[in-house]
Design a protein around this ligand. Sequence first.
Ligand SMILES: Cc1cc2nc3c(=O)[nH]c(=O)nc-3n(C[C@H](O)[C@H](O)[C@H](O)COP(=O)(O)O)c2cc1C
Ligand code: SF4
Length: 432
Amino acid sequence: MTATLDRPAVDTADLLPRLLTGDSELAAHRARFGPLPLAPFTGTAGRRRLVEGIVHAGLRGRGGAGFPTGRKLATVAAGRKTPVVVANGCESEPASSKDRVLLRYAPHLVLDGAALAAHAVGADRVFLCVERGTGHGERLERHLDERRDDPVRWHVVPVPRRYVASEESALVHFLNDGEARPLASPPRPYERGVEDRPTLIDNVETLAHLALIAYHGPDWFRAVGTGSDPGSALVTVAGAVANPGVFEVAPGTSLGEMLDAAGGPTEPLGAALVGGYFGTWVPLPQAVHLPLSHDPTGPAGTTLGAGAIVALPAGSCGLAETSRVLGYLAAESANQCGPCHFGLPAVAEDMAAVIHGRADPGTRNRLRTRLGVIAGRGACKHPDGAIRLVASALDAFAADLDMHLAGYTCTGLRQHPVLPLPDPEDRDREWR
Ligand SMILES: Cc1cc2nc3c(=O)[nH]c(=O)nc-3n(C[C@H](O)[C@H](O)[C@H](O)COP(=O)(O)O)c2cc1C
Ligand code: SF4
């Protein structure tokens, strides 16, 4: 098995791969799957059957929260105005490459899924949102040139490269007013989104699974994964593993098996970050058997989240890594709500004091108090995700925290950073 961060590798289990079959051209894709399966779902009853099929399949969103896709489809379909569909392919998560790999290697599965989702909810337009300057917009335009008979109008939308610009209300704001900052809720996009219409926003991987369900049926979909989190899932595995890349796995697979899929550790590991930068740290080797899915598990409530796993060598400092990522997340906020304007910078300052040996006796309690008051107070979930990462670091690296609070400066500061962060030069400063 070979893989790089921008080339897919596949699990060797009998029933996988499902998504990463490598049919990037339309002819090969149609040869494998046949025509877009609209015929079985014609008319109002057919559309309802499609939504019910997705509900029965138990598909859950692959964009981070694992929300049931069928429930969202049913809500949008019941709206009074003609809905629109937004495919979220921005993938602003720095530790993740899965959506980029999917768009590159199975673009027509994503496009089929978006067209079928539009059909299911009665939408006639689909907005394909991708990060600006990545080449995905241009590639999608080329693929769409070959799909002029699709029953929807396609709009490829390059979005500013900022972490929170791909949050769902930020995408709606961008499509309506040209500014990619999150909006206060309610209403949520599924009630009133683009042009005040009910708006279905789904991650591109979610849409690709939706297409597979329409082709093969809900029972086929449920043949892998767990009862409450069926199907396969793409995960990006990075850090101290022999063969970092994007892998297709079944939810319920253990953390150790996922690391093995990526060639196994290259050195003794101290922890893994699971779920991306809104995820949780889990200690290794203790958590090696932890089964990963979109259902919370283990003491930290770990989930697959955005499908990114980073293996941390035992010699690296998880607190220093967390501090660095928190600094990034704090700087990437839209800076328009209290928890982002005051809370995240204050927590970032405390974390920096800890790892530089500048902490005072009150730092531990102050950190815990601050984390406690930030949750649930922002217009979007950005601050909640950022403090979930910090809270889990304080637990997973409790012994290191004690040492730092006793005045030891972090040896991890001299190590090569493990958690990837984008080059600031490659990011947009503006929201438009
Ligand atoms: C700060 C922030 C950034 C997000 N970035 C992405 C992203 O890059 N891609 C994505 O699919 N979802 C992202 N989400 C989640 C979306 O808001 C939304 O829940 C998701 O696209 C819904 O799709 P799903 O139900 O298929 O998971 C982000 C959420 C937050 C709070
Ligand atoms: S919570 Fe933070 S990122 Fe979200 S809208 Fe408010 S300021 Fe922006």
